[in-house]
Write a protein that binds this ligand. Structure first.
Ligand SMILES: NC(=O)C1=CN([C@@H]2O[C@H](COP(=O)(O)OP(=O)(O)OC[C@H]3O[C@@H](n4cnc5c(N)ncnc54)[C@H](O)[C@@H]3O)[C@@H](O)[C@H]2O)C=CC1
Ligand SMILES: O=C([O-])CC(=O)C(=O)O
Length: 320
C-alpha cells in the first residue's frame, strides 16, 4: 500500500519542524511547499539526510509548485507571517488573509480530498477563511490551537503539582487569543478535577488563576523570549498529533478550531471546542455543558472571533 502523503504549505519554522516530525514518525511521504525559492528544497534535503541516522524511509520533496501536493491525504498550513514582540496575533489578519486565499485555491485545485489543518494566525478567522476559499467540506478543515494551549496548561499544571504530565489532562476552549478559556472544571490530575484539588489543599485558587493567565499569555511569552518570531516546536507537535489521529483513525478527543453549526451556541463559525478526530476528519463536536460563568467567558471569546471574521469579510468581499 502506498504511504500517506503529507503536504506542508509553508516551510518556515513550524513547517520545517512538521516535516522533521512527520518523517521521524514515518507518518508518510512529505511535500514541503513555500513561495521562498530554495527554502523547502533545502529543508527537505537536510531532513532526508537525517534519515540514515534516524532510520526512516519517508521521502521528502521541496517545491514551489502546487501540482506537487496532488493527492495529499493531509495538508498542514503554516504559510504566512508570524508576529514579533509588540504585535498581537490579530495584527497579522490583513496579510495572512491574502495568503489563505492562494493556499485555499491551491488545495482546492490539487488536494480536494485532504484533511486540512490550519495553523496560520489569527487562527480562528484564518481557518474560517481557508475553508471558504478552498470550498472543502467543513469536517475536513480545522484549526490547531486547542491542543497547543492545552499542552501549555498541562505543562504548567504538572510543574505546579510536581506530577507527571502524563497524568494531567486539560481543556482550553474558545478562540486562540487573549480571550481563550482554560477550563478548571474539565482539567484533571489522574481524573481529579482541579476545583477538587483546590478543596483538597493541593493548590490554591490564586495559583490556578495565575496558571490560567500564563496559559492565555503562552504565545506572547515565547514571542517575548525569541524576539524574532513565535513558538514552533510545540505548535508543530500539536498539529502532528491531530494529523496522526486522522491518518490512523484514532478517534482522539482533542480540542481544536472546528466548524460549529449550533454547537455550544455558535453558528457558522470556527472556534476552539472539544472534537473527535478520526478517518472522517472532525467526526464530532463534543457539546459540553458550561456553567454560567464559563459560558460568559466562552461567549466573549466567540464575540472576539466574530469581530475578526467580520474584518475578513470587509477586506475580501468574496467572503461576505
Ligand atoms: N495556531 C497556533 O497555535 C500557532 C500559530 N502560529 C502561526 O503560524 C504561522 C507560521 O509560523 P512560523 O512557521 O513560525 O512562520 P515562518 O515565518 O517561519 O514561516 C512562514 C512561511 O510561510 C511562507 N509563506 C508566506 N507566504 C506564503 C504563501 N503565499 N504561500 C506559501 N508559503 C508562504 C514564508 O515564506 C515562510 O517560509 C504564523 O502565522 C504564526 O503566527 C504560530 C504558532 C502557534
Ligand atoms: O503567539 C503567537 O504569535 C504564536 C501562537 O499563536 C502561539 O504560540 O500560541
Amino acid at each position: 500500500m502506498a504511504r500517506p502523503k503529507i503536504a506542508l504549505i509553508g516551510a518556515g519554522q513550524i513547517g520545517g519542524t512538521l516535516a522533521h516530525l512527520a518523517a521521524m514518525k514515518e507518518l508518510g511521504d512529505v511535500v514541503l511547499f513555500d513561495i521562498a525559492e530554495g527554502v523547502p528544497e533545502g529543508k527537505s534535503l537536510d531532513i532526508a539526510e537525517s534519515g540514515p541516522s534516524e532510520g526512516f524511509d519517508a521521502k521528502l520533496k521541496g517545491t514551489q509548485d502546487y501540482a506537487d501536493i496532488a493527492g495529499a491525504d493531509v495538508c498542514i498550513v503554516t504559510a504566512g507571517v508570524a508576529r514579533k514582540p509588540g504585535m498581537s496575533r490579530d495584527d497579522l489578519l490583513g496579510i495572512n488573509l491574502k495568503v489563505m486565499k492562494s493556499v485555499g485555491e491551491g488545495i482546492r485545485d490539487n488536494a480536494p480530498d485532504a484533511f486540512v489543518i490550519c495553523i496560520t494566525n489569527p487562527l480562528d478567522a484564518m481557518v474560517w477563511a481557508l475553508q471558504k476559499f478552498s470550498g472543502l467540506p467543513t469536517e475536513k478543515v480545522c484549526g490547531m490551537a486547542g491542543v497547543l494551549d492545552s499542552a501549555r496548561f498541562r505543562h504548567f499544571l504538572a510543574e505546579e503539582f510536581n506530577v507527571s504530565m502524563k497524568d494531567v489532562t486539560a481543556f482550553v476552549l474558545g478562540g486562540h487569543g487573549d480571550t481563550m478559556v482554560p477550563s478548571l472544571r474539565y482539567s484533571t490530575v489522574a481524573g481529579i478535577p482541579l476545583p477538587d484539588l483546590i478543596s483538597m489543599g493541593w493548590t490554591t485558587k490564586e495559583k490556578m488563576d495565575a496558571i490560567v493567565q500564563r496559559t492565555r499569555d503562552g504565545g506572547a511569552e515565547i514571542v517575548g523570549l525569541l524576539k524574532t518570531g513565535s513558538a514552533f516546536y510545540a505548535p508543530a507537535t500539536s498539529a502532528i498529533e491531530m494529523a496522526e489521529a486522522y491518518l490512523k483513525d484514532q478517534k482522539r478527543v482533542l480540542p481544536c478550531a472546528a466548524h460549529c453549526d449550533g454547537d455550544l451556541g455558535v453558528k457558522d463559525m470556527y472556534v476552539g471546542v472539544p472534537t473527535v478526530i478520526g478517518a472522517g476528519g472532525i467526526e464530532r463536536v463534543v457539546n459540553i455543558k458550561l456553567t454560567k460563568e464559563e459560558q460568559e467567558m466562552f461567549d466573549a471569546s466567540v464575540t472576539a472571533v466574530k469581530g475578526l471574521v467580520e474584518a475578513c469579510k470587509a477586506i475580501d468581499s468574496s467572503l461576505a
